[in-house]
Design a protein around this ligand. Structure first.
Ligand code: NAD
Length: 511
């Protein structure tokens, strides 16, 4: 009898205080393959039941999530060190996504009758069918340990695919709740979670039919290269360095409140968090004073349901070092810290920070910080702000703050980013009917986006069916003969030519 050695364990800790909160297996490539093979058994039936029935199961998942909201929030806090209010936001967001795709997936996936492109296929009924990739692999980061896997598994399941989630090794416990929920509602066994390090993720790329990845640009490039070698389709949601542009006519109080939240929410560990701010000169001093006061007033720590804290911990010590590195380098190059600028007294906390006297060449303005820092730079006018905002290898999202909404929209169209929010931050990530995708090094493809949010998990299949009684043979089939070739040449010229001379003349002689 052969026995399989148990997978080595990954220990999960609470970054706020370093306490051990759980452990999960570091799954081998063989285990990943076994899970995917099992899913291949159940996926055809999941596809077969249709989008309406899948929507019913997703609705039961929503109910489970609502019934277990507190447990999900507890788990999120325990492994990610979040503030309570932020931990409680992840499950309801997924519920809205479930409602959207439960309601609309059937229409999005309905066969499409497509008109013929011309005479060559005029006799055919043309149908475009959406058939899911059998098994979709979803690899996720640690910043939203529940929402990230949830955001991608809901549309993939709605599309009829089976799904394997490989959550971040830093925060695997929240994703495991999704598998538990799916099992407890008694749904068909088409959703699994495998835990492990990067090698487990790489094994998932090998085993599945489509890869949905969210994480750093560095890992995204490695996954893209890996998947390309296997000719597997993928979608990549990567890093960002989102700019905010504050115009002189902005409602400064809203801009300050929005930028403080958009830059510091989830301790700045949001792909679309505001990472650099450009302010038009006439309002720079007032904006900076108000922003520093606002950020200085925020409370930091890990709370319970008393909602006493605004800013939680960072997910890892490594992240704390990156954030501090950016701040210290900026200070060494002449920047000033208006508030914050230090690692916290315990755990992985980093004080919410406002930096001024920064310039475009500093790491804090160029590289993704992914922490609670807001560097602010004065610009002469909107033109300079637009130029500096676009001067980045990233292009995830951006914000514009102005009381002239028309002008704001106009500026949005000049920014190189997958989404631009006027007088708001992060909100595009909650708009499931439009795509969320990055430009440049911020990604390939998009999540959500109405119909595309489920169709991306499908292969399009075309079915052609005769519209009339068919003949025994077609004019262009065998055997080829001079008379038939001449006749079909004349017919084709009659059809495709757009002037009388070419339409009625014979084929030009062979050169
Ligand atoms: P990461 O790239 O280090 O890890 C992400 C996931 O990839 C983890 O599950 C990890 O185990 C796995 N992985 C690592 N190497 C792998 C490999 N070779 N093959 C397959 N999988 C592999 O990212 P992170 O540090 O966990 O997350 C932070 C990053 O995520 C930030 O850059 C942030 O901007 C980005 N992010 C982007 C979005 C978006 O929608 N654009 C959303 C959230 C986070």
């Amino acid at each position: 009898m052969t026995t399989t050695a148990p997978s080595p364990a990954i220990v999960v800790t609470n970054p706020a205080d370093g306490s051990v909160v759980g452990s999960v297996p570091d799954a081998s490539a063989e285990e990943v393959r076994r899970v995917v093979d099992e899913l291949r058994i159940y996926q055809p039936a999941w596809e077969e039941i249709g989008a309406q029935a899948r929507g019913v199961w997703l609705g039961r998942l929503r109910d489970w999530l609502l019934d277990h909201e507190s447990e999900i929030a507890d788990t999120l806090q325990s492994e990610a060190g979040k503030a309570r209010a932020e931990a409680e936001a992840e499950a309801p967001m997924i519920c809205e996504l479930i409602n959207y795709y439960s309601k609309n997936a059937a229409a999005f996936l309905t066969d499409e009758r497509i008109p013929s492109s011309g005479a060559l296929t005029a006799q055919k009924k043309l149908v475009k069918v959406y058939r899911p990739y059998p098994v979709v692999g979803i690899i996720t980061p640690w910043n939203f340990p529940f929402a990230m896997p949830g955001m991608d598994c809901v549309p993939a399941l709605a599309a009829g695919a089976a799904v394997v989630i490989k959550p971040s090794e830093v925060t695997p416990l929240s994703a495991q709740l999704l598998e538990r929920a799916w099992t407890e509602i008694g749904a068909p066994p088409v959703l699994r979670v495998v835990t492990g390090l990067g090698a487990t993720g790489a094994a998932l790329v090998d085993a599945v039919d489509y890869i949905q990845f969210t994480g750093s640009t560095r890992t995204g490039k490695a996954i893209g290269a890996h998947a390309a070698g296997l000719l597997k389709p993928y979608s990549l949601e990567l890093g960002g360095k989102d700019p905010a542009l504050v115009l002189a006519d902005a409602d400064l109080d809203r801009a300050v409140n929005g930028i403080a939240w958009g830059g510091l929410m989830n301790s700045g560990q949001v792909c679309v968090s505001i990472e650099r701010v450009y302010v038009e000169a006439p309002v720079y001093d007032e904006f900076v004073a108000k922003l520093a006061a606002k950020v200085n007033s925020l409370r930091q720590g890990q709370d319970d349901a008393t909602y006493k804290q605004d800013v939680g911990a960072l997910a890892t010590l490594a992240q704390q070092q990156i954030v501090d590195g950016h701040v210290q380098a900026a200070v060494a190059e002449g920047a000033r810290v208006l508030t914050g600028g230090k690692v916290g007294a315990t755990g992985t906390f980093y004080e919410p920070t406002v930096l001024v006297d920064v310039n475009q060449s500093m790491a804090c303005m160029r590289e993704e910080t992914f922490g609670p820092t807001i560097p602010v730079m004065k610009v002469a006018d909107a033109e300079e702000g637009i130029r500096l905002a676009n001067d980045s290898p990233y292009g995830l999202s951006a914000t514009v703050w102005t009381s002239n909404l028309k002008r704001g929209e106009g500026i949005a169209r000049r920014l190189d980013a997958g989404a631009v929010n006027v007088n708001d931050a992060i909100i595009n990530l909650l708009a499931f009917s439009v795509p969320h995708g990055g430009w440049k090094e911020s990604g390939v493809g998009a999540r959500f986006g109405g119909a595309n949010g489920v169709r991306k998990y499908c292969r399009t299949q075309v079915v052609t069916v005769p519209r009339m009684k068919t003949m025994k043979n077609e004019m262009n089939w065998y055997p080829y003969k001079a008379r038939r070739a001449g006749l079909s040449g004349r017919v084709m010229r009659l059809i495709v030519a757009r002037d009388a001379r070419r339409r009625f003349s014979r084929r030009p002689p062979k050169a």
